[in-house]
Design a protein around this ligand. Structure first.
Ligand code: 4MI
Length: 405
């Protein structure tokens, strides 16, 4: 069952044949996002019967109004209230208040700044080990050998996961993020062996599997206080594993690429490694590793004079807002001194990334360690894009790095 088509007058002048889940778009979305921003404040995609916003003002307006633009029907293309989703819905991402408010509060209490401050030394030790190994090699793939290695070396331990098989987390992430798109070839490819990976992840989320004092075990303490059921706690641990790996992998991969392409910015970071956190923030703005999520309208609504019917899927292009020239000077350039306050790389509003502080810690630590040890980062081959229905990222990034003298 589809939402009725809007009357012609409402789609006239706002329709686009751009395919936001086509290979070309996903490989290089920037020219298309520019076109979408220019067409109208809200665009209609007849091929999917969905609407979209790609300007900063409209993206933040939609994300603020969580009653009109609901997450409970899922933040992907599928309306999960109508069509059976491939996994049990997330009780934080794919939920509205009051359920979302409760789960969000519990997760935020686990991810406090004091909890993260305790992890910093461990993260730094791992970063130094890894960077020193890579310096010995000189030439390596910054995706598999650095951007994937580092989060997999620190994040699952912080959650309290059992050792071993961590590659499964990357396979699961591919399912989660490609699963938000329509059933295109990328979706089908990611979902090839759902059962095995899904069962493995679900098993890792049970209380007995989690190490004492990790984020996972701390979530389960809310079961003892009666705030969560055992099942809800397991689902929140699953959210950590869903959201915490691929996102940071892609951000860190782009960080390396952005610095390889902008050696003057690398020189600035090296001159003052305390800029590492600001630099990572600018990477998240410039690259928007989580490119877009959907909302579903709960009533007929209007955005900047454009009408949208009730029960419509609306694609919110975080990446479009991150490079909107209405909001940013030189939006396509990488400037670590920019302080991009209000960027939507972590979303905006009540659903804005609850793990942002963990991501920032990983980014700050790894870029800080690289800045202290590495004089120069050079591309040693063409970067290759990894196609994904939601995430922007690379599948390979050959680089050469040179040790500080
Ligand atoms: C923004 S990435 C993300 C966030 C939450 C979940 C998955 C991905 C989840 O499963 O709750």
């Amino acid at each position: 069952m589809r939402t009725p088509l809007p009357p012609d007058g409402l789609i006239e002048g706002i329709s686009s044949d751009i395919d936001p889940f086509g290979d070309e778009f996903l490989r290089n979305p920037w020219p298309y996002l520019e076109e979408l921003r220019e067409i109208a404040p809200v665009v209609y995609f007849p091929m999917y019967h969905i609407w979209g916003v790609a300007r900063h003002e409209e993206v933040t307006e939609v994300l603020r109004d969580f009653t009109t633009y609901s997450s409970a029907a899922g933040v992907g293309y599928t309306n999960m209230l109508r069509d059976k989703p491939w996994r049990v819905p997330s009780i934080i991402l794919e939920a509205d208040p009051p359920l979302h408010s409760k789960t969000r509060r519990i997760v935020s209490k686990v991810l406090t700044s004091s909890a993260l401050a305790k992890l910093k030394t461990t993260f730094e030790e791992r970063a130094f080990e890894l960077v020193d190994q890579l310096l010995e090699r000189g030439c390596f793939d910054a995706i598999s050998d650095l951007a994937e290695e580092f989060p997999l070396a620190v994040f699952p331990d912080s959650v309290g996961l059992q050792p071993g098989s961590r590659q499964n987390l990357l396979r699961y992430g591919a399912m989660v993020f490609n699963g938000h798109g329509p059933r295109n070839h990328i979706f089908e490819e990611a979902m090839k062996d759902t059962d095995e990976v899904r069962d493995w992840v679900n098993a890792q989320c049970s209380r007995e599997m989690l190490a004492p004092d990790g984020f996972g075990e701390q979530i389960y303490r809310s079961v003892d206080t009666g705030e969560l059921t055992e099942e809800e706690a397991g689902l929140l641990v699953r959210s950590f594993l869903s959201a915490g790996v691929d996102t940071t992998v892609n951000a860190l991969g782009f960080a390396v690429l952005d610095f390889a392409r902008n050696p003057e910015q690398w020189a600035e970071l090296r001159a003052d490694p305390s800029l590492a956190r600001d630099a990572f923030e600018e990477v998240v703005r410039l690259e928007a590793p989580v490119a877009a999520f959907f909302r579903t309208t709960t009533r007929p609504t209007e955005i900047s004079g454009v009408s949208i019917p009730a029960d419509a899927k609306l694609l919110v292009f975080f990446a479009g807002a991150c490079r909107d020239p209405r909001r940013w000077d030189n939006p396509d350039s990488f400037e670590i001194h920019r302080h991009p306050v209000g960027h939507t790389g972590f979303g905006s509003g009540i659903h804005s990334c609850v793990g942002a502080m963990v991501a920032r810690l990983e980014g700050e630590v790894l870029l800080g360690v690289l800045a202290k040890r590495v004089k120069r980062i050079e591309l040693a081959g063409e970067p290759k894009v990894r196609l994904n229905n939601t995430l922007r990222g690379l599948k390979s990034l050959p680089v050469r790095i040179y040790a500080d003298d």
